[in-house]
Design a protein around this ligand. Structure first.
Ligand code: MN
Length: 617
């Protein structure tokens, strides 16, 4: 750097409100001596900016409040400014007005190469082996800001998750992604913080509001559920816009998968559209199947374990948990209780008969029973409509999912036919049945994994229709072969009774008369047996019980049972039965202790015999 300057040099005077972004290295500024230290002298450039003139760069004697000219040698990554004193007699002064008005994150792409100021909330703090990466959210978007002190050392340790900050830095392109290289970051406090937080909150609230779009089909029940579906969509959109991780748990059957995948498509595309890391859709969104048709302690424990680790390791927020085809019954309560210790927010999209006791744990709950509907409106139908509200642009790739879900869950609601009609050209009913079976079969092999990409091929979401068709043909063939094996072993062992209410009851011991630990598992085996017996006894009320040593799976046609209520009653009536369970009104399961099996089954059958039967066409 030159030590002498020409006479016509420009000296800048910083106006009030100017900050770091208004200063340039190499320029000369008018300042005021603020104080002294052993290593040099502090100089104020305006009311908020000060720098240090190291003693080696001090050229004259000074006292406090002396006017002084300084040149900016360097602005350090932590915002510290190195100055040197300049002695010149003749110069021009130019006033600098504040130019770094804050920029909205959505506008950063037009500012590459420029130094800007942004204000926002810290949504994540991730320490890399190089810089510290702060994810910042404002009312328009999400952006990463990299701050560097030393490799692997946490920059701005005083700035924490959910702080409101002002960041000044240069807008850069890194690996084709925008990023801010931080010059200075300050956590705002008091009124400043409140004002920014309010502004962001209000704007985010508006931005999260779903578009008002009509349903895919005409449905009175779903129309009544629209306000609650919009509420769910809004909570999810807000989570995406604030970089809150989302965990989506769903029942591991075709209906549950359709529901969850529809929402997955909407959320993942919204995450990608709203900026942040290129792989944000992977660490901010997780889909996981639950084996039981409820959120088990095992599930919450696993989710909580991962969430807490991510919180500590990657500075992530605690997640929002969404349950679909799952979550509305008292079987879920133990998991909710655990989650409530950690203030985890839950939303539920389900069509199981809900227990009112669990609503206190939920932020929102879409359930057809709340508006006079029933399980015929399946989770896949509801999930797809919620997905469209989250991000309407995904509709073309998910509009067949409700039809698949409807046949998968054997819906008898009029909506089933409407959703099938909607996609009849590309996915006739037989194709939907095949897809549903392929989903069930593949999920059996996937076990606890979500199979994100395979499932997309099964549902033809990737648009590779040829591969989709090959895969479906193969899976359907595999599933049917195994089902036939199972049926030829099981059907001869079905025992029948006619009950007092004229219902035909069929019993099968799946423990000894079915292959174990293979496809179809006991629940589906009982379902297949039930379907065959229903066909054999057309027009008759039919109940099928597939039982093992300590469980029974129930299915009914034309018998008006309420399985969750029967389970609750048996629990009271048979104190030593170790009874639990639930499910839908007419499709469900019950667990008990092995030594009480005969007693429990007989008591259960007595209740079925007391149930009303429906006149079938
Ligand atoms: Mn379902």
């Amino acid at each position: 750097m030159k030590d002498t300057l020409d006479d016509d040099v420009l000296v800048y005077r910083l106006g009030t409100g100017c900050d770091l972004a208004d200063i340039e290295e190499g320029n000369v500024y008018q300042g005021k001596v603020q104080g002294f230290a052993t290593f040099g002298m502090f100089v104020q450039l305006n009311d908020r900016i000060k720098g240090l003139v190291h003693k080696s760069n001090v050229k004259a004697e000074h006292k406090e409040r002396d006017s002084i000219l300084v040149r900016v040698r360097q602005i350090r990554p932590n915002g510290n400014i190195d100055l040197e004193e300049i002695l010149i007699q003749v110069y021009q002064v130019q006033n600098i007005e504040r130019k770094s008005t804050t920029v909205r994150i959505a506008d950063l792409s037009t500012k590459v190469g420029k130094t800007v100021a942004i204000e926002g909330e810290i949504a994540q703090v991730k320490q890399t082996s190089g810089p510290t990466i702060f994810t910042i959210v404002d009312e328009t978007g999400t952006q990463n800001a990299a701050a560097f002190v030393e490799a692997g050392v946490r920059a701005y340790p005083e700035v924490e998750l959910e702080h409101i900050v002002k960041v000044i830095g240069e807008v850069m392109m890194r690996n084709n992604q925008l990023q801010i290289e931080v010059d200075a970051m300050t956590a705002l406090t008091g009124d400043d913080a409140v004002a920014v937080k309010d502004r962001i909150e209000k704007a985010l609230d508006l931005r999260s509001e779903p578009e008002d779009i009509p349903l895919l089909v005409k449905s009175e029940v779903m129309e009544k559920l629209r306000p609650e579906m919009k509420k769910v969509a809004k909570i999810i959109r807000k989570a995406v816009f604030t970089s809150q991780p989302i965990i989506l748990r769903h029942h591991a059957d075709a209906d549950g998968i359709c529901s969850a995948v529809a929402i997955e498509q909407a959320v993942v595309s919204l995450i990608r559209e709203s900026g942040g890391d290129f792989d944000a859709d992977y660490f901010l969104f997780k889909r996981a199947p639950s084996k039981a048709p409820f959120y088990e302690i095992e599930d919450i424990t696993r989710d909580l374990d991962f969430a807490l680790k991510d919180h500590v390791r990657f500075g992530q927020k605690m997640p929002l948990v969404l349950l679909t085809d799952n979550g509305s019954t008292e079987e879920d309560e133990p998991a909710y209780k655990i989650a409530s210790v950690y203030d985890i927010d839950f939303i539920v999209v389900d069509h199981h008969h809900p227990d009112a006791t669990i609503d206190k744990y939920l932020k929102a709950h879409v359930n057809p029973y709340h508006v006079g509907g029933d399980f015929g409106i399946t989770a896949g139908m509801l999930g797809t409509e919620v997905a469209r509200l989250i991000n309407p642009r995904v509709e073309p790739v998910i509009r067949h999912l409700p039809a698949v879900a409807g046949v998968g869950d054997r819906s008898e609601a009029p909506e089933r036919a409407l959703f099938l009609e909607l996609v009849r050209d590309q996915y006739p009913e037989e194709a939907c049945k095949d897809i549903a079976l392929a989903l069930d079969y593949e999920q059996f092999w996937l076990r606890f994994n979500d199979g994100r990409e395979i499932v997309k091929d099964i549902l033809n979401i990737n648009g590779r229709t040829e591969r989709h068709k090959k895969l479906i043909a193969l899976l359907v063939d595999g599933a049917n072969t195994m089902i036939e094996d199972q049926m030829s072993a099981s059907m001869p062992h079905v025992v029948s009774r006619v009950l007092a209410n004229d219902a035909h009851l069929f019993l099968l011991d799946v423990e000894i008369h079915a292959h174990k630990f293979t496809f179809p598992p006991p629940g589906k085996t009982s379902g297949e047996v039930h379907d065959r017996l229903c066909r054999e006894h057309a027009g008759k009320p039919v109940v099928t019980i597939g039982f093992g040593p300590d469980f029974a799976v129930l299915r009914s046609r034309g018998v008006l049972m309420n399985i969750p209520r029967m389970v609750r009653e048996l629990r009271v009536e048979l104190p030593g039965g170790g009874i639990s369970g639930g499910g839908h009104l007419v499709v469900g399961s019950i667990k008990f202790v092995e030594g009480m099996r005969e007693v429990v089954l007989e008591a259960l059958i007595k209740k079925i015999a007391d149930a009303q039967v429906q006149q079938l066409a």
